[in-house]
Design a protein around this ligand. Structure first.
Ligand SMILES: O=P(O)(O)OC[C@H]1O[C@](O)(COP(=O)(O)O)[C@@H](O)[C@@H]1O
Length: 311
């Protein structure tokens, strides 16, 4: 152990994310994006997901890590997926793996921008083990503040953000996924006098725009996919933004699974969602708009972006 080896709050030495791990993970993501791209505009979301999953499973298997999938995506839509608990890698240091083979599957199937392969790695045990949950109520914010709460009204949230960012509420823009379950929140945004950014799919892209300078968004509120939420926590931590969430089951079955798993139904802080610094990358399939920066569709230079607390 060297003096500057990273440790967690308990002083445990954290595994190093070596250049070899990073470049193998990125190569796997690029290949998955290329495989998914074959089905862009084909109208079949499952084919998009299946192509990405097939490549990720094969190529992530070669990573020099002892990885366990803590967050897999696809179960709620019965789409092809990497399963929670699935082992990844050929041995090495211990990592939690969070993967969304394609976020924005429907966008890809419809030939629209916004679809990407998403992967996050965090030291073993760092990611919230909420595999029984399919949906989270999320609050992602550009600035962090202890007074923020996912259960607070949008007006209260905006008042705190306005103070923190030094801008009027009328100058703040809030992303809300366009779903009936989020309709009341969208109305609250408008009633509070802020600008609403209503989006159909892809809350990882919107969360990145909240967290990145020049992204043009100040907050994301509402209920969206739980896997996307845990992945967002990794990048929120790396970029110094704010995030909190709570389980928000959308069916009796999901509520039952959550009870059976004994999951905490209170507010999950950023630390509860991701308790150690990790690494998150996206590989664009159909082109990504991050506000100040865009990622072209797969195949062109610069279609991959990485965020980590050490880079
Ligand atoms: O479509 P639902 O079931 O409302 O779920 C919301 C989730 O769907 C997405 O828009 C797209 O997710 P997938 O493409 O991975 O299915 C996510 O960004 C979001 O979190």
């Amino acid at each position: 152990m060297t003096d500057d080896a990273p440790t967690d709050r308990m002083g445990t030495v954290l595994p190093a994310l070596t250049p070899e791990i990073r470049s193998a993970a990125l190569e796997a993501m690029r290949s998955a994006a290329r495989a998914a791209a074959v089905h862009v505009g084909g109208g079949d979301g499952d084919a998009v997901d299946a192509a990405a999953v097939r490549v990720l499973r094969a190529q992530l298997g070669g990573l020099p890590i002892d990885g366990v999938v803590v967050v897999g995506e696809g179960e709620k839509d019965r789409a092809p997926m990497l399963f929670v608990g699935e082992h990844i890698g050929r041995g090495g240091s211990g990592w939690d793996v969070a993967v969304d083979p394609v976020d924005g599957t429907r966008l890809a199937a419809a030939g629209q921008p916004g679809a990407m392969v998403v992967l996050a790695l965090a030291p073993r045990g760092a990611l919230a083990d909420i595999g029984a949950a399919h949906y989270l109520r999320k609050l992602v914010t550009r600035a962090d503040d202890d007074r923020l709460s996912v259960a607070a009204s949008v007006a209260d949230t905006l008042a705190i953000l306005s103070e923190r960012l030094g801008r009027d509420v009328a100058e703040l823009t809030v992303a809300v996924q366009d779903r009936p379950r989020n309709a009341a929140l969208a109305r609250e945004v408008v009633a509070a006098g802020a600008r609403l950014d209503s989006f159909v799919d892809g809350d990882v892209e919107r969360s990145l725009r909240v967290l990145l300078p020049g992204g043009g968004l100040d907050a994301l509120v509402g209920i969206g996919g739980a896997p996307e939420g845990v992945i967002t926590a990794v990048v929120a931590r790396a970029l110094g933004g704010g995030m909190r969430a709570s389980l928000s089951p959308q069916s009796r079955r999901e509520a039952g699974r959550i009870r059976e798993a004994g999951l905490d139904e209170g507010e999950l802080s950023l630390d509860a969602l991701c308790s150690a610094d990790g690494w998150m990358a996206v590989a664009s399939v159909t082109g990504i708009d991050l506000g100040a920066r865009t990622l072209p569709p797969v195949g062109a230079d610069g279609s991959v972006a990485v965020w980590a607390s050490d880079s």
